[in-house]
Design a protein around this ligand. Structure first.
Ligand code: NAG
Ligand code: NAG
Length: 422
């Protein structure tokens, strides 16, 4: 503990030094358009923010409201206090919170947030060097939260049409990878269609993208065409990878609070699931007031714990996290109330990033005292083999695991067919 403590003191000193240094730097080389320097300027003169390049946009958002954050006892009882690195970080943060201190600053400049002291990690995590490369990457980037936006849709939730058209009843926030053009198009042509549905429900759609690895083909011209043509791509300046999905969800929360703050419900899911949008909307319409404001519903996984096999995607080293997972809704697709987004974001400032995005969402919800609600209509692990060709089964479901673009088209047509009698 003491080591961590002295690290924070040290990093504070280093940060102070860097601020001083950059200020001097700014004065002596004022012509140099260096990002880091601009960032410092942006922090100081928040008012001339709008004239800066759009890439710096994320740095200009006001500090989130963290005054009323409290973390439930239920969450504290679920996560044990022990020697694992993440558990120690959490309890350090909770102690600070209980003392009334501000959560650690995560808005370090994007280009510097990965410069975590290797020695510090080696000392605090005895087997750090045996972690898989990507996992080490994750641990080093745990404080990186303010990714610049590469492609934005600032007017997604603004409409020039009739009265009340700014209202968004449901926002589809679909996790996608840069190269998944065909999946995205299938979603647009089927369950993700934007517009006004029955009872005046307005549905909008965004795809959430990271960027392709550096050695991959450059898709940016294609993506900017796609973004212009469909107006539904959001892309951030981090590498698309499984261990960056928690970051993706977090920057999406920031984006929504800024650009779509009055959304009633958000559906977060993958680009290869099938969603029965009419059934989903009917379900939303059936909710009573209190249910509607505390909604966190999906396929709930309630007794999961970390998997310790280093060869699998969900691997979590024992020295990193030791404890069970709180109940969480599977990340293939779940629904959440819009009014929960600000509290979730605020509490995420206190809870260190966890490598598995849906588990992290479950942790944040639990910390707010919101429990995940299981709904049998969400089938993120797929339905019985013998039911997969039976359209009547799909008619009653809300979400079905993994379907190819052509299966998606076929299913969508099928459940809408007037000839379908169930
Ligand atoms: C929608 O939002 C825009 C921008 O904030 C505003 O100018 C417009 O008046 C709003 N329209 C309605 C119908 O509220
Ligand atoms: C996440 O994105 C960052 C920024 O592009 C990258 O450096 C890092 O390697 C990625 N993390 C993982 C675990 O892939």
């Amino acid at each position: 503990m003491r080591r961590i403590h002295s690290f924070y003191v040290m990093s504070l000193l280093v940060t102070l030094f860097m601020i001083l240094y950059s200020t001097i730097h700014l004065e002596t080389h004022s012509a140099e358009p260096e990002d880091a320097v601009m960032h410092l300027r942006l922090q100081i003169h928040d008012s001339d923010v709008k004239t800066q390049s759009p890439k710096l946009e994320t740095f200009t958002s006001p500090p989130p409201d963290v005054h009323n954050v409290s973390v439930s006892d239920g969450f504290r009882q679920t996560i044990p206090q022990n020697q694992a690195y993440w558990n120690r970080l959490l309890y350090l943060s909770l102690r600070n919170l209980d003392k009334g201190e501000n959560p650690p600053r995560h808005d370090m400049h994007w280009s510097r947030c990965r410069e975590t002291n290797q020695e510090f990690l080696q000392t605090n995590v005895h087997d750090f060097s045996s972690y898989p490369v990507l996992f080490r990457d994750f641990v080093q980037g745990m404080n990186c939260r303010s990714s610049p936006v590469l492609i934005n849709q600032p007017n997604k939730c603004v409409s020039s049409e009739e009265d009340g058209a700014n209202q968004t009843s449901l926002l589809f926030a679909i996790k996608s990878a840069p190269g998944n053009f065909e999946q995205r198009q299938a979603v647009r042509e089927t369950w993700g269609r934007e517009g006004l549905y029955h009872e005046g429900l307005r549905v909008r759609r965004v795809f959430l993208l990271g960027k392709s690895p550096q050695d991959d083909p450059d898709l940016s011209p294609l993506l900017s065409f796609e973004a212009q043509h469909f107006g539904d791509l959001l892309q951030w300046d981090f590498e698309e990878s499984f261990l960056n999905l928690t970051l993706k969800m977090n920057v999406f929360l920031q984006w929504t609070l800024k650009h779509c703050p009055h959304v009633s419900f958000v559906f977060s899911g993958d680009d290869d699931v099938f969603v029965n949008t009419p059934a989903l909307l009917s379900y939303l319409l059936s909710l009573k007031g209190s249910e509607a404001s505390q909604l966190y519903v999906g396929h709930v996984i309630s007794t999961a714990k970390p998997l310790r096999d280093p060869n699998i995607k969900y691997y979590i080293p024992l020295s990193f996290y030791d404890g069970p997972y709180p109940a969480y809704a599977g990340g293939g697709g779940f629904l959440i109330s819009g009014v929960l987004l600000q509290p979730l974001y605020s509490v995420s400032r206190v809870i260190p990033f966890f490598p598995i995005d849906d588990v992290y969402m479950g942790m944040c919800a639990k910390a707010l005292g919101v429990s995940s609600e299981a709904h049998a209509g969400f089938q993120t692990f797929d339905i019985k083999e013998q039911d997969r060709e039976n359209l009547c089964v799909y008619k009653d479901l809300i979400l079905i695991h993994q379907r190819s673009p052509s299966q998606m088209k076929k299913l969508w047509k099928g459940i809408h067919s007037p000839l379908l009698t169930c």
